[in-house]
Design a protein around this ligand. Structure first.
Ligand code: 3HC
Length: 698
């Protein structure tokens, strides 16, 4: 229910003889918004006042037991009763209460189970404490009641990993009393009667002492610090669990304080923006209309990208026809797909049987004619317009009517590609990110003539592949690579002017990026950027400061990064170390250009780099390449290793404010007015005092 508005029907009570069933019905996931909290307290108090029922069972209607607190209420003034108070009322009920969990009992939902006097779960369902993933910690008794029921190590594992635990495993640990089969309401009735009959024992967590485990707590605290140095909530979570040796009311007070401390952090806001953003990107009319059925996908090109796309499709249960021009390339593609799938088996993501079934759905072919019957084609060949146009012209004559024709191009004009066919309405861009079977981003690029149904098919495919589909309009580089091209220049300038690639990497890794830009370039292959620079050499604006001399010279040596063992770093043995010859190249280039290197603090590096990213991201929103700021944010979270806890570049921009960003750009522009220009949208926002979040809501 929106914003936790009170509705009378979200919690209802049924009296059946000497037992009472309390049902929560708050679609879609029974989150404990204000109405649910009020309803639960009223129901338990009324039943205790009446004193007729001998047992109460709480169950939920719909697809799942309560999935936690209503996250939409966070960051707004809270309306009493707070969830911990509700659960204290339930635990304090003189009439024993049993929870019957089904689906996914998460966060406050699992904590509702924990405060009851007995916990029953329907086989196959899961419980979890995912608060850690949204910058919080279990704040409705989880850190106190779970260690009492199942021990400190299990409580640490659940609340620090956020993983969804099968109820069978939770039962073994002692967190669940019984796992049964059946429908939630029937099970609720049966279990309430079992409590009355004494067949289901009850216990109150305030009467259980947790076996203290100082060593496990100390280890967990150190691990949290090492693994997520930018996040405060994992450490606070350990602090809260450490209070479980206090009497329950005292422990709950410590937990509350830790929870409220986390609630105030920007990381909580960033992570929740990421949670809702992931869902909002496809919550648009373009994604929702009727789509075409896709069972068989044709993939053209067996290189890294094509093989990755084929792997993603096969893993999702689709049939794939893989086409390459020569037997050798085809064999290589099939081998890469096999390796990718083996990797999934090794990492426990796929069973060996599923892998065999996936490979059986793969048909390798040497002729485009083999694509006559496929439902959707994804072309993933060399980035050359003439090559793509030739292929699409041929596909036009080969593919069945209604087949969707997609290009995986990362920057070329989809309209020009579509114009090579007689059916441009069937053509769109499906831009995957490497490795395509791992990275979750899929840019869905709309051409001028792309039919709504074809666009919706792109979104449906993203869902099938468990990817995050983001709508983008045609431009050089679409959303992500266009922004990357701009801030990539900024890191080039930082190095030209005095920073080392290693300092840039370190500063941005400390900021939260999984990898700094120079490590990423080494991994992706320096030749890719080199090719792009050569392609764009003719279009370069003479007023633009060229930042490519250093990487050009590195590439001229034949050093393309990891794949050649040498790039900005050396990869001979063990951990990568800075390549000293690159330092010489940098010095030489600076000398030739007459640049006297200056010192940059890590903070200045982050500020300039992030400002550059925000500038182009703002332009992408301004000219409609991205539908909303949140679409840009999701592109960066799911395709570019942007730190999730910062929510994305434009969510981060809001934490600075448009006025501060404009002031920075104007300051930097004093040195380089060509590169540093204030986009109109930012100037307007600064003047009006508005934010990107406002545009997300518009
Ligand atoms: N609060 C508010 N809305 C929620 C929500 C929550 N806790 N959980 C899910 N939703 C919304 C989603 O935004 C989505 O809305 P939309 O249809 O408008 O986009 C809708 O419910 C359905 O969610 P999904 O699309 O994610 O549906 P799935 O079936 O794929 O997944 C789920 C269901 C596993 C429950 C998943 O939604 C989920 O993981 N939810 C978050 C659970 C969570 O983090 N709970 C902890 C909350 S914090 C807490 O409890 C604090 C406490 O300790 C005090």
């Amino acid at each position: 229910m929106a914003d936790g508005a009170v509705s009378e029907n979200v919690v209802t009570t049924e009296i059946l003889g000497d037992v009472a069933l309390v049902c929560i019905d708050n679609p879609p996931v029974n989150a404990s918004g204000h109405a649910v909290r009020v309803g639960l307290v009223e129901a338990i108090e009324a039943l205790n006042a009446a004193g007729e029922a001998k047992a109460i069972a709480i169950w939920c209607a719909g697809r799942t037991f309560m999935a936690g607190a209503d996250i939409r209420e966070f960051g707004k003034p809270s309306k009493p009763p707070a969830l911990p108070d509700v659960f204290n009322v339930i635990e304090g009920s003189a009439i024993p209460v049993v929870a019957v969990m089904h689906g996914t009992a998460l966060g406050g939902g699992f904590e509702l189970g924990l405060c009851c006097h007995a916990r029953v779960a329907i086989a196959g369902s899961k419980v979890g404490l995912p608060e850690v993933l949204i910058g919080l910690l279990p704040g409705a008794g989880g850190t106190q009641r779970l260690p009492r029921l199942a021990g400190i190590p299990f409580a640490l594992d659940m609340s620090l990993s956020g993983r969804q635990v099968p109820v069978e495993e939770a039962a073994q640990a002692g967190a669940i009393d019984r796992v049964v089969t059946g429908e939630p309401r029937e099970v609720a009735l049966e279990m309430a009667r079992a409590v009355v009959a004494g067949d289901l024992p009850t216990r109150r967590t305030d009467q259980i002492e947790a076996a203290y485990d100082a060593e496990a707590l100390a280890e967990a605290k150190a691990a949290a610090q090492a693994k997520t140095p930018n996040l405060v909530n994992p450490g606070k979570c350990v602090d809260a669990i450490a209070a479980c040796n206090l009497p329950l009311p005292e422990g709950l007070k410590v937990e509350r304080q830790c929870f409220l401390d986390c609630m105030e952090t920007p990381q909580r806001a960033g992570l929740i923006h990421a949670f809702f953003g992931e869902r909002a990107v496809s919550n648009i009319p373009e994604a929702k209309g009727p789509s075409r059925e896709v069972q068989t996908v044709g993939v053209i090109g067996g290189g890294t990208m094509g093989s990755g796309i084929a792997t993603a499709c096969l893993s999702a249960g689709l049939n794939v026809v893989l086409v390459e021009v020569a037997q050798e390339g085809l064999d290589r593609g099939v081998a890469t797909i096999g390796k990718n799938l083996d990797g999934a088996v090794k990492r426990g993501k796929m069973s060996a049987e599923k892998k065999d079934a996936a490979l059986a759905r793969l048909t390798p072919e040497l002729d485009l004619d083999a694509l006559a019957e496929v439902d959707l084609v994804i072309e993933a060949v060399f980035e050359k317009m003439e090559v793509k146009r030739e292929i699409f012209g041929k596909l036009d004559g080969i593919c069945k009517p209604g087949a969707v024709l997609a290009s995986n191009t990362s920057y070329l004009d989809i309209n020009e590609i579509a114009a090579a066919t007689s059916r441009p309405s069937d053509v769109l861009g499906l831009h995957f990110f490497s490795p395509a079977h791992v990275m979750r981003l899929l840019e869905i690029v709309q051409g001028d003539k792309t039919a709504p149904e074809v666009l919706a098919t792109g979104f449906a495919l993203a869902k099938t592949l468990k990817k995050v589909g983001v709508l983008a309009q045609v431009c050089d580089g679409f959303i992500g690579n266009r922004i990357l091209a701009h801030y990539g220049l900024c890191s080039g300038y930082l190095v030209l002017d005095g920073a080392s690639p290693q300092q840039v990497d370190r500063a941005l890794e400390d900021f939260g990026f999984a990898m700094g830009p120079y490590k990423v370039s080494d991994l992706a292959g320096l030749d890719i950027g080199w090719m792009t620079r050569k392609r764009k050499a003719g279009d370069r604006d003479p007023a633009e400061r060229y930042a490519g001399d250093i990487p050009d010279r590195i590439c001229e040596q034949g050093w393309f990064g990891r794949k050649t063992g040498k790039g900005y770093y050396l990869y001979d043995a063990g951990a990568p170390v800075p390549n000293p010859e690159v330092a010489e190249i940098i010095e030489a280039v600076r000398a030739e250009k007459g640049i006297t290197p200056r010192d940059f603090t890590d903070q200045e590096i982050v500020d300039r780099y992030m400002t550059a990213m925000i500038v182009e991201a703002a332009r992408v929103v301004e000219d409609g390449t991205a539908k909303r700021p949140l679409d840009v944010d999701m592109v960066f979270l799911f395709g570019y290793g942007f730190p999730r806890f910062r929510g994305g570049p434009l969510h981060y921009a809001d934490t600075l404010g448009a006025a501060e960003i404009v002031a920075r750009i104007e300051r930097y522009a004093e040195e380089d007015p060509h590169y540093w220009q204030v986009p109109d949208i930012l100037r307007r926002m600064a003047a009006e005092g508005t934010s990107f979040a406002d545009l997300n809501k518009a």
